[in-house]
Structures are given as C-alpha cells and as structure tokens.
Ligand binder design. Structure first.
Ligand SMILES: Nc1ncnc2c1ncn2[C@@H]1O[C@H](COP(=O)(O)OP(=O)(O)O)[C@@H](O)[C@H]1O
Ligand SMILES: [Mg+2]
Length: 259
C-alpha cells in the first residue's frame, strides 16, 4: 500500500561532515517525486535516509524525522530491517545476484523473510513481480537461467521485480537509468509511471528531461556555497518547477545557467 512520507527538520551527517540541512518535505503516495540538483547536493543522501540505509555507513547519522503514514522510521522501537522491507530501493547499477537464477533473484528478499513459502505460491509471486516490472514476457521461458545473462535494462527491471516482490509501500530509485541505453531507459520510465498506481515512488535523476517526463512533483536541492550542507530549495508540481519556479536558483538550474 502506497504511503505518505513526511520529512521533518532533517539534518544528515557523515561523521562531522554536515551533508544536508533542514529538509522539510512531504512526498505523496501514488505519485512520482523526482529529486533534482547538481552533483553533491545530497539527493542520494536524502534518499537513503528514507529507508535507513544512510546509517549503515560508519559514523553516519541523521537528526530529525521521517514519517511513513505518521510513523517515525527513526522511532525508538523501529527495526531498520523492517523499514528496508517497507521502503525498497533500486540502485544506479543493476545489481542482480550473479550466481542466482532469474527466479531466485526475484525471490531473494522474500526468501529471507519467509523460507517456507510453498512452491506454487513462490511461482505466483515470481510471475506477479516480473509482470509488475514489465519483464515477464521476456524471461518466462528462462526463469532458471542466471540473472546476469540479461541485458542491462532487463537486469534493472529484474531488480525492480525483486523490490516489488516484498510488497513495499515505497520504492526509491537512485538514478536507475544512468547506466542504461535510451531504449532501456524509456522502458524503465514507462514502468515508473505504472508503479505509481500502487506505490509511493521517489526517483533521483540528473536528467531533467527524465524528471519532466516521469514525475508529478519535483524537489530541487542545491548547495548555497561549496562546503555548505545541501538544502531543499523548492518543491512543487513538476510543471511549475520547470516552467514557473519561485526561486531564482531553481530557474538558473532548470535553464542550465548553473550545475
Ligand atoms: N559515504 C560518504 N562518506 C562521506 N561523505 C559522503 C558519503 N557519501 C556522500 N558524501 C558526501 O555527501 C554530500 C552529498 O552527496 P550525495 O548525496 O551523494 O549527493 P548527490 O546524490 O546529490 O550527488 C557530498 O558532499 C558527498 O561528498
Ligand atoms: Mg547521487
């Protein structure tokens, strides 16, 4: 079930380094939200804070709140492993497990949680997840072959199928097309638009055309000065951010005068 994310007064650190400052942002369910901004402004860092992946880095921590339908993911009794099942992540480079078959890759996250799922249920879940990732027709006759034998674009859709299989509420994607050719990129973009029917989707992209094509809402991040923490400068409907932003810094970035 898609859920609303509310980020409140979020500061993010890597040890002593203050990477991101003062983020307040609501991310609506059943919509695609794009994070844009120049390299190093903290887009990936904010994204990773939404599923508690940030803190796996030695010395890294956050201050503030990330609420999922009102529940603070950083609350005292919250298990980060559970958070990562609710909030799935797809990375820049497709990362299927190389020694596992396509089928095993889809089930990789599920297996850890529920080792005794009957075979027929597993088969259903594999098909449903691969269909959900628009990959079923391409792989249904070779489910037992290695995932690493697929093309880059297919591997990325396999990773999306793996993320879907655990029934997350949110899917985070960090530049999911940056290692892909244009045709595979369009396939993933089509898929992203379909995923928003069921999930809250957040995508980081350095490609502004991509943000304009796939997202409903765009959040622009920027550094006021080199060495300062990154900040959320402006967020709004994608149309508005691209055509009539409120902030000069957004306008400069969109029109290519900066970054
Ligand atoms: N593992 C890390 N350890 C220390 N600093 C990091 C780490 N990852 C990113 N940073 C720093 O945090 C800032 C934001 O990085 P990042 O979130 O990757 O930006 P973006 O995704 O917008 O390019 C940068 O100054 C970057 O160098
Ligand atoms: Mg990044």
């Amino acid at each position: 079930m898609a859920k609303r994310i509310e980020i409140k007064d979020l500061d993010i650190y890597y040890g002593k380094f203050h990477a991101v400052r003062g983020v307040n942002l609501t991310i609506e369910p059943r919509a695609v939200t794009a994070f844009i901004g120049s390299s190093g402004c903290g887009k990936s860092t904010v994204l990773r804070s939404i599923n508690r992946m940030h803190e796996v880095i030695e010395g890294a921590y956050v201050d503030g709140q990330v609420l999922l339908d009102g529940v603070d993911l950083y609350g005292k009794d919250v298990d980060p492993v559970r958070v990562r099942r609710q909030v799935g992540m797809v990375f820049q480079r497709p990362n299927p497990f190389p020694t596992m078959s396509i089928r095993e890759n889809v089930l990789a996250g599920v297996r850890l949680n529920n080792a005794r799922m009957p075979r027929s249920e597993q088969d259903e879940l594999v098909e449903k997840s691969l269909r959900g990732a628009n990959l079923w027709n391409e792989v249904k006759d070779r489910l037992d072959r290695p995932g690493s034998g697929l093309s880059g674009g297919q591997q990325q859709r396999l990773c999306i199928a793996r993320a879907i299989a655990i029934s997350p509420d949110v899917i985070l994607m960090d530049e999911p097309c940056s290692a892909l050719d244009p045709i595979s990129t369009l396939a993933i973009e089509d898929l992203i638009k379909e995923l928003k029917d069921q999930y809250t989707v957040v995508i980081v992209t350095h490609n502004m055309q991509q943000a304009a094509r796939v997202s409903d809402t765009t959040a622009f991040f920027n550094l006021k000065k080199q060495g300062e923490p990154g900040e959320l400068i402006e967020v709004g409907p994608t149309e508005k951010i691209f055509h009539n932003p409120d902030q000069q810094a957004t306008e400069d970035y969109i029109t290519g005068r900066f970054g």
